[in-house]
Design a protein around this ligand. Sequence first.
Ligand SMILES: [Zn+2]
Length: 293
Amino acid sequence: MALTEEELSRFLAETSGKKVQLRLNSNRQTMLSVRPSPDGRSARVSIHRVFLSAGPEVLRAAAGYLAGPSASDRRAIKDFIEHKVPELQRQTVSTASLRQQRGTSRGKHHNLVPQAQRINEQFFGGSLTFHIVWGRRERTGKARRRHVTLGSALVLERLIRIHPVMDTPHVPQWFLDFVIFHEMLHLYIPPYRTAGGRNAIHSPEFERIERLHPHYHAVRAWEKKWVWKMMNAWEVGTELPRRALVDFQPPALAESYRAPWLPPPAPVPPPASVQPSREPEAIQQDLFGDLLS
Ligand SMILES: [Zn+2]
């Protein structure tokens, strides 16, 4: 059962003990913002409409924001927003403007979807749902752009855009894969607002996991040496030299690779009719035998 705006306002005021000036918004960037008055006795609250249908626990957590939220308030709000994302996402995705913005996942040289699916399996246990497309940046015809963003992730829209500069034959697949991985990691560890009011986008947790990617160091080295050359070549419509393709090349990941932060896959139980024929110790020894041979 949903509340009215007035009921929500009254609930927040009574629970927090403050005077509340409430404004409902439909802006997914500011789901909940609180501006306390200097004397701390009242607060201006801007809150997403979706909170009208929140349960009592979430509403109590929202009221907690008026006084300074506890860790559990933050968690309750974050869980609620994430839970509501698919609903909000449907609303957004059905609009024509986003569909137009979307573009295509099939480039001239790289199809992003199969790559992203494999990365999803290997690094995120297949847990992420999203769209991935090539961005539509136009060439300027001039070298030396001042800023480079190889990919972007809209967390609530679940939309990843990859810069078309990498849709060329001499950019290594493993480099492109890492850019895709980085953007997917933004969906896995969404940005959050810190206590100081800043947006933590590349949070310490984000960076810790990113560094665990087996290609991390090769990617950084390649990036340092080739990214500007790649951008400049693309702007003027030329190609990177062939050697860019093999520079710093790390060993390829096995098809069966699973990221170290994922839980191990559930063991496949033996068929009920087949009894293990050997003692565990014997099996252990065989494993070692395999490794040593
Ligand atoms: Zn990033």
